[in-house]
Design a protein around this ligand. Structure first.
Ligand code: ADP
Ligand code: F6P
Length: 482
């Protein structure tokens, strides 16, 4: 009998990154300093882990020997070590220069390297071993995202007693794109090691089922396929946010005060346009800046009545695509400010920094128009955070049709981010919308989010996984009572 945790999450990153330089940390545990790690996966899964009191297996964000396992916020963290070479080949290479661009419609060309694939396999095995070592007999292990697609099958081989789930946070591409991957069969077989493969959208689940039939001749009926004598289910579970947390933050008098202060600091403009993204080429930051520049040049918007704030969180800074993007974005910001700013009155406030949740909430509360215009995005939690933070039903959301969130937030000002005129039009409609109409739209979207928060997402997924488990072998009971 293996002693261990009944519920294990395996993700590339832990919810905290170790701070190894002299930048500020938010927590010190056993002499090591930590700060929250970036991205939507962590925002979504942290409350789920707190709720289930499970174990989180992941990388500490720095290379070299892994810190010892530790506890935080009532759950257990098990760091996985990555060497410098593995960070380069598994994380920056295969995960973020091959799979990330390929799965996002190849908006940047994916790069294929054999040595990256080998590292991806080796590192996936290490995560599977770490999960196998901490999972109790019959435990539920939930593997997350594109960095760990081989883990489900490796884990099943090591521990056939486990109930294994996988959730992909990013889009799953159509067959013709997926087929470019030299590692395509291995990746597909890796995913098929899970009992339930979850996606953000129904179309992605269908892509997966069709791919299995195309590549392996695996038959499927409805959303279940037969693979090596087991049933594997593929389904959509659109992820969400901790709506309560966002509402509590935006109700906090200090956050409200800070939102007013931000407006003053920006020169009390009539319209504040906000963008908040990781500095990633999938997010459409450049397109959004160009739309703003053209509207200034057309005379439809003017400074200082309108200002734009673009928060661009540093991300994957050693990867070439990201370095090139930073140059392009900063050049565009410089161009706009060169043409339209005055001394002390920038047209675009560009912030290449990370912020606390309360500062982000204050920015959301201050923004009249939120621009979320990715070229392709699995979900986009920023769009949901903005809506959840507007308890006043103020503000207007411009949202790309190519973000998963567009499937739910239908009252946003939707646009095709590849069509600059459409982005300009959506931005103008949002900036000039009648306040009663804006409140109506925001109210509907808020009601939707209250019913579909992150707890509901986890509960739906884990319920579905447990049903598969109970129809096969006895596995541990998990609480999912939302
Ligand atoms: P992705 O997972 O691709 O990064 P999402 O929009 O789904 O995109 O999630 C991004 C998450 O990161 C959100 O929860 C958002 O609040 C958070 N975030 C984005 N920018 C910052 C920042 N500058 N500082 C702190 N958190 C940020
Ligand atoms: O799903 C998007 C994602 O890759 C997550 O795995 C992660 O939360 C986020 O983007 C941030 O990326 P990284 O961990 O590479 O900084």
């Amino acid at each position: 009998m293996v002693q261990g945790s009944p519920f294990v999450v395996v993700a590339n990153r832990l919810p905290v990154d170790e701070v190894t330089d002299d930048t500020p940390a938010t927590k010190t545990i056993a002499g090591r300093r930590w700060r929250p790690s970036p991205g939507g996966l962590v925002t979504a899964l942290r409350p789920v882990l707190i709720d289930h009191q499970g174990t989180w297996v992941g990388w500490s964000g720095s290379s070299g020997a892994a810190p010892a396992p530790f506890d935080m916020d009532g759950f257990h963290l098990v760091p996985v070590a990555l060497s410098d070479d593995e960070v380069e080949r598994y994380y920056e290479g295969q995960s973020n220069s091959t799979i990330w661009p390929l799965y996002h419609d190849a908006v940047e060309p994916p790069i294929y390297r054999r040595r990256w694939r080998d590292a991806y396999r080796e590192v996936n095995r290490r995560y599977a071993q770490a999960a196998a070592a901490v999972a109790a007999e019959g435990a539920t292990v939930w593997v997350q995202d594109y960095q760990l697609q081989l883990v489900p099958s490796m884990l099943r081989e090591m521990r056939p007693d486990l109930l294994i789930g996988f959730f992909l946070h990013i889009p799953f591409p159509p067959i013709e794109l997926f087929m470019q991957q030299p590692q395509r069969t291995e990746v597909l077989r890796g995913l098929l090691g899970a009992d339930l493969v979850g996606f953000q959208q129904r179309l992605a689940a269908q892509n997966f089922l069709r791919l299995a039939r195309h590549l392996l001749g695996t038959p499927y009926s409805g959303n279940t396929l037969e693979y090596e004598g087991r049933r594997v289910k593929a389904d959509a579970f659109p992820i969400s946010i901790d709506v309560g947390e966002m509402q509590r933050l935006s109700d906090n008098p200090l956050v409200k005060e800070r939102a007013e202060q931000i407006r003053k600091e920006l020169g009390d403009p009539k319209t504040i346009i906000l963008g908040v993204d990781r500095l990633d080429y999938t997010k459409g930051i450049e397109h959004r800046l160009k739309a703003f520049r053209e509207l200034l040049s057309d005379g439809k918007l003017s400074v200082p009545e309108t200002v734009m704030v673009q928060v661009a969180t540093p991300s994957r800074e050693r990867v070439e695509h990201y370095q090139a993007l930073r140059v392009k974005v900063e050049r565009e910001v410089g161009r706009i400010n060169g043409d339209y700013a005055r001394v002390g009155v920038p047209a675009v406030h560009y912030l290449h920094q990370s912020y606390s949740r309360s500062e982000l909430a204050a920015l959301y509360c201050a923004a009249d128009v939120m621009m979320v215009t990715p070229l392709r995005d699995g979900m986009n939690l920023v769009a949901k955070e903005y809506v959840a933070s507007r308890a006043d039903h103020g503000g207007a959301l411009v949202l790309s049709e190519f973000a998963g969130a567009a499937g739910e937030l239908r009252q946003a000002f939707l646009c095709n981010p590849h069509d600059l005129d459409a982005v300009k039009e959506a931005l103008m409609r949002a900036a000039t919308v009648d306040p009663a109409e804006a409140r109506r739209r925001m109210g509907i979207m808020q009601r939707h989010l209250r019913r579909h928060d992150v707890a509901a997402w986890a509960s739906d997924y884990l319920q579905s996984l447990a049903e598969i488990g109970s129809s096969t072998e006895p596995h541990m009971e998990l609480k999912h009572d939302h």
